[in-house]
Write a protein of this length. Structure first.
Length: 210
């Protein structure tokens, strides 16, 4: 359907106002909300994600595309709720205690939402207990921890331990990322997955939930 292609293409260009108008038009035309979400907004965000991975798009372009996506999904949310469409999974994300960087975390959040996941953003300076309590109380299947400092990445190990102590380690996957973090470090602390960038993080989360 050409209107869904138009939504996708304008989203890739970050034209938030146009995306909002086209989504409304698609709703008025009687296209199901889920189809608009998947074939219009998510497919557009997927293209942006792939370009970002290949270094063909950069952070500012991802941010404007995500803003366009958010304006479109705001119109669809009530309709999706009415038709009983559930998110494909639930994730809580935050930058670990002692660390106040959030650009990477925000990108991961946007990419995950772009894949149809529900994301609870805990912000920055998040304690291990906060991650675990949120996962428990909100029924999250994945905890995502971000760190940009070598001095704070150790807190990720505390998150794994806190999940074990709380008895939820078997039911919750823990993903880690950020500039100083490596796959070796991820294995050392007993986390489940390390991803090098936001687009890969979103793909990995979807694969783990499948």
């Amino acid at each position: 359907m050409s209107i869904l292609n138009d939504i996708s293409e304008n989203l890739q260009r970050g034209k938030a106002k146009v995306v909002k108008e086209l989504v409304q038009q698609a709703i008025d035309d009687g296209i199901p909300a889920r189809q608009i979400l998947e074939e219009g907004l998510i497919s557009g965000m997927n293209v942006v994600g792939e370009k970002f991975k290949a270094n063909e798009a950069f952070v500012p372009e991802v941010l404007v595309a995500a803003r366009a996506m958010n304006m479109g999904t705001a119109l669809l949310k009530p309709l999706l709720a009415e038709s009983g469409v559930k998110a494909t999974g639930k994730v809580c994300i935050g930058t670990v205690k002692g660390d106040l960087h959030d650009i990477g975390k925000n990108l991961v959040k946007m990419m995950m939402e772009g894949k149809g996941l529900e994301v609870i953003d805990l912000g920055v300076d998040v304690s291990p207990e906060q991650f675990v309590d949120t996962a428990k109380n909100e029924g999250c299947q994945i905890i995502c921890c971000s760190a940009l400092l070598t001095t704070t990445m150790g807190v990720m190990g505390d998150v794994v331990k806190a999940a074990e102590s709380a008895g939820i380690r078997d039911s919750v996957k823990i993903m880690v990322g950020g500039a100083p973090v490596t796959d070796t470090f991820c294995q050392q602390i007993g986390a489940d997955k390390y991803t090098p960038d936001a687009a890969t993080a979103a793909d990995t989360a979807v694969a783990m939930l499948a």
